[in-house]
Write a protein that binds this ligand. Structure first.
Ligand SMILES: Nc1ncnc2c1ncn2[C@@H]1O[C@H](COP(=O)(O)OP(=O)(O)OP(=O)(O)O)[C@@H](O)[C@H]1O
Ligand SMILES: [Mg+2]
Length: 328
């Protein structure tokens, strides 16, 4: 057997989801090693450093004389921030190094829940009604009275437009709690999405190489799938395949595939839905770099169709290798 090419696994990084990425990345590296790939781990930062402009310099150093010097492809297991929104992808694109997953455009449009909505609507995928608030402009109190409550109904969801892991999220019951919720979401530095709350079931659909995998239903202890329910063992339970009427499953999978195309996703991604009480699916967002520990949702869905975590990681690496030498 010829030796497998060396893979650089990118993990950690500088976003608020750094800790999750360290778990995902370690698991991916172990899986790849078990499949015979030589692996180099690379963590370019520590949390909160993203604004200091040093990421590109570190990546360049790693490729030219550091940890990544002999790699033939990069397996990106970063969550949130520059690692998920296309910036790190564009670095490897320009450096001519193949990388796993979605490219630059798909990464950036998927990361922004407001831009995603317009692409999704156009593709015929139902999304919750929403408004965008730009911090400081104009005064939030006026907007609340003029518009949000009447347009979207109570309670409202307030969340950063471009973060993951439910950070900065609030469920707001009345107008007087809106300013604090806006401030909490704005603390992540970007615009804020104010969204209609969709009561109902929490389901997700992974897409792998243009195929929708079985639907996973999540039963979070808190009703909302918040940070604690995502990452504390026992705070959520999962059903896969979800116990749903066939027609509903089919609709969710069709919507997931439409969204995959509409958001320019590649290789794999995960579409998060809320299923309203009448079983209408509302797509909350697409994740191009979803949680990727062996027990995360995408690996869980893959396991349900007989694809092991090791095989899943190998397939994604091979898909990236297949793009080696392709023009950018
Ligand atoms: N409009 C909504 N109606 C009902 N629940 C919502 C809504 N928006 C968000 N939620 C709840 O908050 C969770 C996180 O929301 P969302 O998926 O939009 O954000 P995220 O932080 O990007 O998530 P991820 O960790 O999947 O990247 C959802 O899984 C759901 O439980
Ligand atoms: Mg989500």
């Amino acid at each position: 057997m010829t030796a497998r090419p060396v893979i650089g696994v990118l993990l950690g990084g500088t976003s608020p989801e750094r800790e999750v990425s360290l778990s995902s990345g370690t698991g991916v590296a172990e899986a790849l090693e078990a499949e015979g790939w030589p692996v180099r781990l690379y963590d370019y930062g520590t949390a909160g450093e993203e604004k200091h402009g040093s990421v590109a310099a570190r990546l360049e150093h790693a490729l030219s004389e550091g940890e990544l010097v002999d790699v033939e492809l990069v397996f990106i297991v970063l969550h949130g921030g520059a690692g998920e929104d296309g910036r790190v992808q564009s670095f490897f694109e320009l450096a001519g190094v193949p990388y796993t997953g979605t490219g630059v455009l798909g990464s950036s449009v998927s990361m922004n829940k407001w831009i995603s909505k317009s692409l999704l609507r156009r593709a015929g995928v139902r999304v919750p009604e929403a408004r965008l608030w730009s911090p400081g402009n104009p005064a939030p109190a006026n907007i609340i009275e003029a518009d949000w409550g009447a347009a979207l109904g109570w309670p409202l969801v307030v969340k950063p437009v471009d973060q993951g892991s439910t950070v900065g999220f609030s469920l707001v019951e009345s107008a007087d709690h809106v300013p604090a919720a806006l401030e909490k979401a704005a603390a992540y530095g970007g615009h804020v999405l104010v969204e209609a709350y969709i009561p109902g079931r929490e389901v997700t659909v992974a897409v792998l190489e243009e195929q929708a995998l079985p639907v996973v239903e999540i039963h979070p202890e808190h009703g909302v799938y918040d940070y604690e329910c995502k990452y504390t063992a026992g705070k959520s339970t999962y059903t896969c395949p979800a116990d749903l009427p066939q027609g509903v499953t089919r609709r969710l999978q069709e919507d997931a595939l439409k969204a995959f195309d509409a958001l320019y996703n590649r290789d794999f991604s995960r579409m998060d839905f809320r299923l309203a009480e009448d079983d209408t699916p509302f797509l909350l967002e697409g994740n191009t770099l979803p949680g990727f520990t062996a027990t995360s949702l995408v690996p869980k869905a893959a396991a349900a169709v007989g694809i092991s975590f090791n095989e899943l990681c190998t397939r994604l690496a091979e898909a990236a290798l297949g793009r080696k030498g392709a023009p950018i």
